[in-house]
Design a binder for this molecule. Structure first.
Ligand SMILES: Cc1cc2nc3c(=O)[nH]c(=O)nc-3n(C[C@H](O)[C@H](O)[C@H](O)COP(=O)(O)OP(=O)(O)OC[C@H]3O[C@@H](n4cnc5c(N)ncnc54)[C@H](O)[C@@H]3O)c2cc1C
Ligand code: SF4
Length: 316
């Protein structure tokens, strides 16, 4: 691991200012992703700003009937919160499907949003990777791509977003609240928060330099049956090959988002509109522009079958 300097921020804006002022600075929250990447020298921050003491660790009801979840709320606490469990069950189920108990006790809302891809070539510093080293090429395109993306991919990168939580936040239409170094705050809809790879796969989110996530807000509850189903190679402690988050209303209409298939949690308006007609029409919209590789073409059929199982569970 490369050496780095360290500070504890005193306020959210001070943290953002410090990050903007020091080249190569990064925030550290639970450290469960960042420290692993630093040990492998995939991330080499020269300065770490600890944001754990900023008081961003509460979950509060907001005036419009929604919920504000602080950036530093641990995944375990978010999943266990009575209001989240009752009104946003898909979020509790998605978070509980991820990592392990110990990791969820440390992992935070913001850190989970920003966790980096699990593409094996991103982790292997001997291999070309446009995300790790822009312009170096993409080893996955001609390599082994079973785990990787099938839709929204580019010629520069076919990686997926590995988060379970993000898929649920997408189906719930969450927003990401931030503060910039000059004190300006903004709310970024989750649909616009994560980027597709395009020619710049190293640019993963809409965040600007130094911008700190302060919270995630959930709109008022929408009712319906909340289901999250994750398909993976092992029953626990594994990332999704495919996951489906859905909120299904009694008349069969609803919303669906898919994980494990794209650079961002994947949701398509036309698929929501077709959900009442069943899994096949919805999946046809979700994967209309799919560009799978020979190794991961199975994901398209797997996603449709997983969605069929989710719809069946929602009807029970
Ligand atoms: C063995 C293992 C298995 C796992 N399995 C799963 C799984 O199945 N499903 C799943 O979804 N996840 C899984 N994870 C990933 C885990 O969920 C993430 O590591 C965790 O959510 C990251 O949160 P953190 O607080 O530790 O982030 P950190 O490691 O502290 O930070 C991650 C990134 O977020 C940035 N950051 C942190 N806070 C802020 C902020 N407030 N504003 C702006 N930037 C910020 C950091 O600079 C860093 O770039 C697994 C991890 C491990 C190690
Ligand atoms: S798919 Fe993306 S992360 Fe994986 S090697 Fe290619 S550029 Fe890197």
């Amino acid at each position: 691991m490369r050496s780095f300097t360290f500070e504890r921020a005193e306020s959210p804006q001070a943290a953002a200012q410090a990050a903007a002022a020091k080249p190569g600075a990064k925030f550290i929250a639970g450290g469960t992703n960042l420290l692993d990447l630093m040990k492998l020298e995939i991330e080499t921050p020269r300065h770490l700003i600890d944001v754990n003491g900023l008081g961003l660790d509460t979950i509060e009801a907001i005036e419009d009937g929604g919920l504000r979840i602080g950036a530093l709320v641990r995944n375990t606490d978010m999943a266990a919160d009575e209001r989240v469990r009752r009104d946003y069950g898909v979020l509790t189920r998605a978070v509980m499907a991820g990592a392990s108990g110990q990791l969820r006790n440390k992992a935070t809302t913001a850190g989970n949003l920003l966790q980096r891809t699990r593409c094996p070539y991103f982790y292997d510093t001997n291999m070309a990777c446009n995300k790790r080293a822009p312009g170096s090429g993409c080893s996955a395109l001609e390599g082994y791509s079973r785990q990787l993306g099938v839709v929204g991919v580019s010629d520069a990168c076919i990686a997926t977003n590995p988060s379970d939580m993000n898929v649920a936040l997408r189906v719930l239409d969450a927003s990401v609240e931030t503060v910039k170094p000059d004190g300006e705050t903004r709310a970024i809809p989750i649909a616009d928060f994560h980027c597709l790879p395009g020619d710049t796969p190293h640019v993963e989110t809409a965040l600007e330099p130094g911008e700190l996530i302060t919270a995630v807000t959930l709109p008022p509850p929408i009712g319906g049956r909340h289901v999250y189903r994750k398909v993976r190679d092992r029953a626990s402690y594994a990332f999704a090959l495919v996951s489906v988050a859905a909120v299904v209303q009694p008349d069969g209409t609803g919303r669906v988002a898919v994980g494990g298939v794209a650079h961002k949690p994947w949701r398509v308006e036309a698929a929501d509109a077709a959900l009442g007609d069943g899994a096949r029409p919805a999946a046809q919209h979700l994967f209309a522009d799919a560009r799978p590789t020979e190794h991961n073409a199975f994901k398209v059929a797997l996603a449709e079958r997983t969605l069929a199982a989710v719809l069946s569970e929602a009807r029970r």
